[in-house]
Structures are given as structure tokens and as C-alpha cells.
Design a protein. Structure first.
Length: 704
């Protein structure tokens, strides 16, 4: 309950946005959680139980994610309506068989019986016992569409434990259909695999079934999963196990002729790493993903050879996986759900890309999405998140060597990166700086990022900076927060945060300095341009509108354009502060050099008048007395923070800024322009007067 060790039998997803992930957990409930959250992490109040029980398949209505079908042992099957809070038992044959052996059951249902919704008619529900059933009315009634598709050997159907230690919960039922698949490209083509080693196929909606068991598959294999190809109706992929027979070898097969012939495809997978699931990528034919007892494997050549997928994925049994759009969702038995967040990278992998001196992959089209970030911090995935009322998160506590407390929250799911994931390969460490630019549809520069050249990059940066209101920062004397793109040999990832370039910073410490984060750009077509040495690489992508947003494209463009005005005006303020602080520093320097000369007194008087005018302008542009955010409770914020506050206000939702936001900008801009004009007058009149006083004083160039 306080750490992600869920054991999921199968994984399913819905068509909502963000989509939700579903599964049934051993010794726990069924589960539905979002694939991403509006908060900084996926938190406890976002979980749902959706009927069924600990062991079954889950099927979600493609047109209505509130309707969920979930199963469990003894054929228990429910229809859950989330919107109405209703749970209906739609079991095919709702007779209780607790304590009975399989031979005495009217129908033999697996511990984890397969249930699917037809991809060609979303009102058709299919489920399997030792025979396959079809419902055209969401479980109101059922019709068998096959005979017994198992061996049905009487020796395998007795009560578990014999006459002495009988234990018949439903987990012990054998001789059942374990997997059902429907061709997504041709209606009426169904595949079935049993837990006692038989495969059947029907090409006429279940009217007739033909044997399709691979000749080289040893007897009594459990047909764990059949995946009907999303590209060809006669092609299917099969994963089987025999570990219960002390055979731990992987069994993966491919057919292209409706099961008449099969080819074993396990090259590259160790002989003791047995397989439970295989899936073909819906976009790239022959790109396969397989789950074994220890992890994930990938094949780019229809299973002729396999490679292990590494990264941060744990060593754990994989019971199921599914492709959702550009992501791979994995159900593990012991480490909960995992999501591989960008399959477009794998779909583009070719030998030429891997052997090139540099290669830029086309970014996936990305939804322009935001979240409810906290005030004044840059969120840490899985840690800094909003707590729901009454929910106290579990955490681990430890003391550091310095004596400080370190608290890590352990019951929240990570969310995907906030932005466009950009991948590129480099054959060698670049000798100089590399550049990554983001261009709009008019080839205008939106943002530019560069690599560090003084030391090797080891980890990619997200590009995310804190939203206003932010803690006070200290300009160039503080650590530079602008992200750098990684430049290590091999594969690199950089996440563009979908924002235009930041406003110019104040280059020195002191005073109330709000964040300078640029505005989020509007949906549209963009291009990423990578420059490595003399070579340029470009790829376009779409930034898509969040489907939950009701604002028009015109509204979002208006939001972005006003955000740009705020950013540019904030740059004007910070540039002005930089200029006047530089002048003031030089003025102090000349006064110091004049000490002990005849001109000291006169120069001090001229400097005092100039600095008073500079201080007056700076005091209007920013609150110079503030040293922390709490200080602004006593020393009121000035024009820079008022302007940054407006920028934060108009970016809170994906919508057109209010009329009062436009009016406030005009009002603030006029007040800022007046101060900028005052500074210009100081630079045009008072600074030359001070320069003349310095010249008249004939101060030596070097003062010992």
C-alpha cells in the first residue's frame, strides 16, 4: 500500500485524454490510474477501483471510458459504470463453484479469463471459458460461438489437492481458453489459445474453428498471449510458456498464413528467460515488443533477432504490455505499471541513423499540456505534489551526514516530461558547442539552446524552470538556470518546455527579482534545428491543442502574444536595471579614485545627485529593499513584479486573456515606459555632466 509493488496480470488503456491505465492486481483490487496528472505526480486520490477482482482481464468501452468490464476467478465478470457509480454482475454462468473441481463445472473459466471488446463493433463483448462466448448487448445475454477449444483431458480436471487438502477457489481450473485475439484489420477473424497447448483460428466470426497449433511447440504449453497483427489479417504473433513443466525456454512464434505454418522467433533471448507476451507495433510492421520473466525485449526485424531494452527499467516479470499511441504501457508482476514514453524514437531507428556522425530524430507530435504547478518551486517528479484533503502520503525519512532531514515520498507515480522530447545521436563528443533551435512556421526563432563545452554532460535537462511567483534570485552571480542540451556520445534527449526564450535577467544580486520564464507557445507547426559543427539537421513536428481545452486557436495565439509583450517589457526593465547599476558602479569607482584630490568634494556632490536619480528609477522598477519573498509583505512589490504577476495570471489556463489583463498590461507598460524615459534622460544629460566633472578633475588613470 505504500510502495509501487503491484502485481498486474494484464494491462489495458482507454481512449480518454490523458488516457488511463487499467489492471487487476494479485491479492489486491483492480486498478485504474491516469497516465499523467495535472499535479506534479500521480497521487492517491486519482486511483480508482473498477469492479472485477484481483486476477482478471479488463476491457474499456472505446467510446465511453466510464464503462469498464472487469473479470476475476470462476468467470466472475462485471460491468462498471463510473459516471453512475453502478456495478453489475454480467457473469456468463453465475453459478458458484467454490470447492468444486473443474470437471463438475458447466463451463471452465481461467483464474484470469480473457475478455475483449470487438474493434469493429464496440457493442460486441467476447469472453472465454473452455468455449468462447459473445454478447451483443454488453453482457445482458451470452451466446457460445465455439465448442471446447481445449484438450479437456479428464486427468487435468480433478479437484485441487485431491480428497485430503482440497482448495478449489478457481485458481486451479485447467483446460481453459487463456487468450483471445481479434484481427483489427479484418472483421470476423478470431484467434484462441488454451492453457493446455492448443491454438485455433476462426475466419467467419466463430461459425467454424480450425486447429492452428504450431507443430514445433511442445505439448502442454500454456498459450499466454496471441497478438493479431495490426497490418495483415493472416499474421499473428504467439507467446507461450512451459515453466510449470520445468521448461524455462522462451517460446515465441509468427504466422503469416492464418496459422497453417509457424516460425519460431526467439533469437537473442536467453534460453532460460521464458516469454509471456509479444506485441507488434501498430505503425511500423515487424517492430515487436516482448515481455519475459526478467524484462523487455525488442525486435526490428519481425523477430529474427531480439535485443534487451534497458535504461531505468527494472528486472521484473512482464505479464502484459500494450501500445497506446506513441507510448508502450507495461504491466509487471512486482513493480506495478511502467510507460515507455516515446516510441517514435524506436520506430525511426535504422542502421544509418546509428552509424551517422550525428542524427536528429523527428520528434513526436506533442499535446500542449500544462499542470497545476506549485508556487515558487520547480517541481520534482513524484515528490513535490499537491496533497488532497485528508490524505497523508507515506514517506521515507533519513538523516544526512550534515544532520539535515531527507524525506522521500514513495506512493506517487511519476508523470511524463512536460514538453517536446527531442532525441539525437552523436558519434563522438563534439569539440565545440552544439546548438539546438526551435523555429515557428514562419522560420522565426522561438528559442535557442546550447551545450556546455567546459565539462561533459552526463544527464539531459528538462528545460523546465519555475513559474512565477518564484523565489528571489541573484542574476549572473547566482547559478545559471538556463538549461543546456546534452552532448555525450550516443543517444541524447532534451525536453523543450514549449516556451519561448526567457526574458533578459538582472545580472547582479539584490532586490526583488521575479522569474523570467518565457510564455508557452501556441499550438502549431514547429521545427527543431540541430547544429553540430558545420552540419545542420532539421525536423518538423506539431504542437497539438489539449483536447480538453475549449479555447480557439485565435484565443491561444492572443494569450501567447500578450505573454510575449510581458516578457519583452520585463526584459526592458531588467536591461534598464543592468544599465543603471553599471553606471552607478562606475560612478562609485570614480569617486573612490578621487579621494584625496582637490576635486573630491565637488565630484561627490555631482555623483550624489546622479545616484539619487538612478536610485529613484530603480526603486520604481523593482523593490530594492527585498532580500527574500517574505520581505515583500513589508516592502511592496514594484513594476517588475507587478508585470511578472500579470504574466503568471494570463498563463494559468489555456484560454484568451481577460479584457482586464490587456488593460492592466497597457497601464503597466505606460508606467514602465515613463521610468525608461526618465532613465534615458539621465543617460543623455546627467551622465555626460558627471563625465565632464571627471574630466575637469583630471583624476589620474592609476591611483596607488
Amino acid at each position: 500500500y505504500n510502495q509501487p509493488t503491484g502485481e498486474f496480470y494484464h494491462v489495458a488503456v482507454d481512449n480518454a485524454f490523458p488516457y488511463r491505465v487499467y489492471g487487476a492486481q494479485q491479492d489486491n483490487t483492480t486498478m485504474s490510474i491516469p497516465s499523467r496528472s495535472n499535479y506534479d505526480a500521480i497521487i492517491f486520490p486519482e486511483w480508482r477501483e473498477i469492479g472485477g477482482g484481483e486476477s482478471g482481464y479488463i476491457a474499456i468501452h472505446p467510446d465511453n471510458p466510464d464503462i469498464v468490464f472487469a473479470g476475476s476467478m470462476q468467470g466472475y465478470l462485471t460491468k462498471y459504470d463510473h459516471a453512475r457509480g453502478q456495478l453489475r454482475n454480467i457473469t456468463v454462468w453465475p453459478e458458484s463453484y467454490m470447492g468444486w473441481g473443474a470437471a463438475d463445472m458447466k463451463y471452465r473459466f481461467q483464474w484470469t479469463s480473457p475478455t475483449i471488446i470487438s474493434s469493429h463493433d464496440h457493442n460486441i463483448l467476447i469472453t472465454g471459458a473452455n468455449v468462447i462466448f459473445r454478447s451483443d448487448n454488453m453482457g445482458e445475454s451470452w451466446t457460445p460461438i465455439s465448442g471446447d477449444l481445449t484438450r479437456g483431458d479428464p486427468e487435468t480436471l480433478g479437484p485441487s489437492g485431491g480428497p485430503i487438502t482440497k482448495d478449489n477457489t478457481g485458481a486451479e481450473v485447467y483446460g481453459t481458453v487463456f487468450t483471445i485475439a481479434e484481427s483489427p484489420v479484418q472483421a470476423g477473424v478470431f484467434w484462441a489459445g488454451s492453457d493446455d497447448g492448443l491454438v485455433h483460428v476462426s475466419r467467419d466470426n466463430g461459425e467454424t474453428w480450425q486447429s492452428a497449433t504450431p507443430d514445433t511447440l511442445p505439448d502442454w504449453a500454456l498459450i499466454s498471449l496471441i497478438d493479431a497483427s495490426p497490418h495483415d489479417p493472416g499474421t499473428a504473433w504467439l507467446a507461450a510458456t512451459r515453466y510449470k513443466m520445468d521448461d524455462f525456454a522462451p517460446y515465441l512464434y509468427k504466422t503469416t498464413d492464418y496459422g497453417q505454418t509457424w516460425v519460431k522467433i526467439t533469437g537473442g533471448i536467453p534460453n532460460d528467460d521464458f516469454t509471456r507476451v509479444v506485441r507488434e507495433d501498430p505503425q511500423r510492421p515487424g517492430l515487436l515488443y516482448a515481455g519475459t520473466e526478467t524484462g523487455l525485449y525488442i525486435s526490428f526485424n519481425s523477430g529474427d533477432s531480439w535485443e534487451r531494452l534497458g535504461g531505468n527499467f527494472p528486472v521484473v516479470p512482464i505479464h502484459d504490455l500494450i501500445v497506446k499511441g506513441d507510448e508502450l504501457v507495461v504491466g509487471t508482476h512486482g513493480r506495478s505499471f511502467w510507460i515507455f514514453d516515446d516510441l517514435t524514437l524506436l520506430r525511426q531507428l535504422r542502421d544509418d541513423a546509428l552509424k551517422a556522425q550525428a542524427h536528429l530524430f523527428k520528434p513526436k507530435d506533442t499535446v500542449r499540456i500544462g499542470r497545476l504547478a506549485g508556487f515558487g518551486h520547480s517541481p520534482i517528479p513524484g515528490k513535490n505534489y499537491h496533497f488532497a484533503g485528508g490524505f497523508i502520503p507515506a514517506f521515507e525519512y533519513e538523516k544526512t551526514e550534515e544532520g539535515n532531514a531527507r524525506i522521500t515520498f514513495i506512493d506517487a507515480g511519476n508523470i511524463p516530461p512536460d514538453g517536446v522530447m527531442i532525441h539525437y545521436t552523436l558519434a563522438d563528443k563534439p569539440k565545440g558547442e552544439i546548438t539546438l533551435g526551435i523555429l515557428n512556421s514562419n522560420n522565426g526563432i522561438v528559442n535557442i539552446f546550447t551545450s556546455k563545452v567546459e565539462k561533459e554532460e552526463t544527464t539531459p535537462h528538462s528545460g523546465e524552470t519555475a513559474d512565477f511567483p518564484a523565489a528571489l534570485t541573484g542574476g549572473d552571480d547566482a547559478e545559471d538556470t538556463k538549461p543546456h542540451i546534452p552532448s555525450k556520445p550516443g543517444l541524447n534527449r532534451f525536453v523543450w518546455n514549449m516556451r519561448a526564450a526567457d526574458a533578459n535577467k538582472v545580472k547582479t544580486k539584490g532586490g526583488d527579482q521575479p522569474g523570467v520564464t518565457g510564455p508557452k507557445v501556441a499550438p502549431g507547426t514547429y521545427t527543431v534545428n540541430l547544429t553540430v559543427g558545420d552540419e545542420n539537421y532539421g525536423e518538423s513536428f506539431e504542437l497539438l491543442v489539449d483536447p480538453r481545452v475549449e479555447a480557439s486557436q485565435e484565443d491561444l495565439v492572443a494569450q501567447y502574444e500578450l505573454g510575449l509583450k510581458v516578457r519583452d517589457k520585463l526584459s526592458e526593465i531588467n536591461d534598464a536595471v543592468n544599465q543603471l547599476r553599471t553606471v552607478r558602479e562606475q560612478v562609485d569607482g570614480w569617486v573612490k579614485r578621487a579621494r584625496g584630490t582637490d576635486a573630491e568634494s565637488k565630484l561627490k556632490d555631482v555623483a550624489k545627485g546622479l545616484k539619487e536619480k538612478l536610485d529613484a528609477v530603480e526603486g520604481q522598477l523593482m523593490q530594492v529593499k527585498a532580500k527574500s519573498m517574505q520581505d515583500t509583505l513589508n516592502y511592496p512589490v514594484m513594476l517588475n513584479t507587478k508585470l511578472a504577476g500579470l504574466g503568471w495570471a494570463i498563463s494559468g489556463a489555456d484560454d484568451r486573456p481577460t479584457k482586464q489583463a490587456f488593460d492592466l498590461y497597457d497601464d503597466l507598460a505606460a508606467r514602465i515606459d515613463a521610468q525608461i524615459a526618465e532613465l534615458k534622460q539621465i543617460m543623455d544629460k546627467d551622465v555626460p555632466a558627471f563625465n565632464k566633472a571627471v574630466l575637469d578633475a583630471s583624476i589620474p588613470a592609476i591611483v596607488a
